[in-house]
Design a protein around this ligand. Sequence first.
Ligand SMILES: [Fe+2]
Length: 253
Amino acid sequence: MGSTLKADLHLHTREGEAFIAYGARELIDRAAEHGFDVLSITNHDTLTFDRELADYARERGILLIPGVEATVEGKHVLIYNLHVPPERIRSFADLRRYRRPDWLVVAPHPFYPGSICLGRRLLREIDLFDAIEFSHFYTRAIDFNRAAVRLARDTGRPLVGSSDAHLPGQLSTTYSLIEAQRTVASVLSAVRAGRVQVVTRPLTVREWAAITTRLGLAAVRESARQALARWSPGRTVSRRMLWKGQARSIAGS
Ligand SMILES: [Fe+2]
């Protein structure tokens, strides 16, 4: 028998995006204060996971699951427990080739505006996906999760609630309760089997506006940094910080 585990499987840290105010260890500390049992740090095309970090999390009562938000043919896809470097998964054909039964594949914020969201492509590739994300980024009036909820119901796939946090205040606004033991295999298999429940509340308009403004400003700053770097010979630009990643942030992912 398992227990009910509080989980957020979609989180970002400074190791993936320089504008984020906290690193992986600070995020783990904060999540422990919020009573989380399970986390996955899913930076873009970057695996932020090693034994030392998993031990750090375990000492604080948290099971850390290796995960990544991969960019697959320009669309974001959450992949957990992967055994190949994320850069090998660039196409849906790659995903189909490498995917193993012990992975978990989730469609993040699939019907939000923005070219990085799966949208209708999810319908064509639905066999690759175990679950569909219910994103924290919505209000009572504006909610792009509705199509995701319908698709989950129509295809018999579970919904996974997550914060996709880039800012401290996003944590705990939406998360999942998973009936599982505290192991990676047990948690992922529980999600696949639908033993997961979304806990959520809509953002207030004030919260929604604050998140949009802060992520928008970060995108503008990053865009300026990129432009400056192009004008300054010898400076390097991180591939992970390209504009499209920031555009996704504005979309609430
Ligand atoms: Fe994300």
